[in-house]
Design a protein around this ligand. Structure first.
Ligand code: URA
Ligand code: URA
Length: 247
C-alpha cells in the first residue's frame, strides 16, 4: 500500500467514526468470498431416498429470486404504483450472500437507477460494507418496500402489508447468516415491534434462521455523524458473527 492509499484508508475510517485500530488478531483475518460452492451445506439438499413423490424441484437462490421478481411483475398491489414511481427496485447483490442488508424504501436516485442504496445514504452504506472487508458484490441489499413513496414519505401499513411478503421470500431464498436491519422502519417491520431503533440496536435477534442486527440507517448517519461510532460497533458484531459461522 503506498502512502496515498494509506492516507485514503485512514481518512475513510475517520469518516466512519473509527478512531483506533484494533490489535485483536481476529481483525487481520478477512472474511472470504461469500459465494457458496456447489453443494454448499446451506442448500437444502434432500437425499435421493427422501424424494417425495412425484417430483422434487430444487431451485437455487438465484432462481428463487428470479421467480420472486417475476411474481412481483409490473406490480399494482398497492397505491405506490400510481404515485409517481418510475420502476420497481427489487434488490441487488449475491444470491448466496451470508450477509444481507434491509432498508426502508427506494429514494429518488434508487427510483431512477432501479438499484437500492445508490444515493448519498447508499454511498455511505457502501463504505460501511467495505469497512468490514466486504464489497457490495459479496452481500445482498434490499428494501422492505420496492417502490419509491412520493416525496420519500414513510411507507404506510397497507403498503408494507402488500410488499413485505416479497422481502420475506428474498430472505428465504438467500438464507443469509446475518441480516442488518437499517433503521427503525426495517427493524420494526422485520421484528414486528414498536420499539424504536435506539432501543433495538446493540442487540442480536434470531430471525428466520439468521442473526438479525438492527442498526442506524445511513441516512440518519448523514444527519447525525456522531452515531457512526455505534454503527461501527454493530458492524464489528456482524463481522464476528460471519466469522463464527465460517468456522
Ligand atoms: N478494525 C478496527 O478495530 N479498527 C479499524 O480501524 C479497522 C478495523
Ligand atoms: N434508503 C433506503 O432505505 N433504501 C434505499 O434503497 C435508499 C435509501
Amino acid at each position: 500500500m503506498d502512502k496515498n492509499q494509506l492516507t485514503e484508508h485512514l481518512k475513510f475510517y475517520q469518516e466512519l467514526g473509527v478512531t483506533g485500530i484494533s490489535r485483536d488478531p481476529a481483525w487481520r483475518r478477512r472474511v472470504g468470498p461469500t459465494l457458496s460452492p456447489p453443494g454448499d451445506p446451506t442448500d437444502p439438499v434432500v437425499p435421493d431416498d427422501a424424494v417425495p413423490v412425484p417430483v422434487r424441484v430444487m431451485r437455487s437462490a438465484a432462481e428463487l429470486l428470479r421467480a420472486t421478481r417475476e411474481d412481483i411483475g409490473d406490480c399494482t398491489r398497492c397505491q405506490l404504483h400510481a404515485m409517481g414511481r418510475k420502476q420497481i427496485v427489487f434488490g441487488v447483490g449475491n444470491p448466496s450472500a451470508n450477509l444481507m442488508f434491509v432498508g426502508e424504501a427506494p429514494g429518488g436516485d434508487e427510483d431512477v437507477q432501479g438499484i437500492p442504496f445508490v444515493g448519498r445514504a447508499g454511498q455511505l452504506l457502501t463504505r460501511i460494507i467495505e469497512a468490514i472487508g466486504l464489497s457490495r458484490d459479496d452481500v445482498y441489499i434490499a428494501n422492505v418496500i420496492k417502490c419509491r413513496p412520493p416525496g420519500n414519505r414513510n411507507p404506510e401499513p397497507s403498503e408494507v402489508e402488500k410488499c413485505e411478503p416479497f422481502l420475506f421470500r428474498q430472505i428465504d431464498a438467500i438464507q443469509p447468516k446475518v441480516i442488518v436491519a437499517l433503521g427503525t422502519f426495517a427493524a420494526k417491520t422485520l421484528l414486528k415491534t414498536q420499539d424504536p431503533i435506539s432501543r433495538l440496536r446493540g442487540r442480536i435477534f434470531e430471525y428466520r434462521g439468521a442473526k438479525l442486527i438492527p442498526t442506524f440507517h445511513p441516512a440518519f448517519l448523514l444527519r447525525s455523524p456522531e452515531r457512526k461510532r455505534d454503527v461501527w460497533e454493530d458492524m464489528k458484531k456482524v463481522r464476528g458473527l460471519l466469522q463464527e459461522s465460517a468456522d
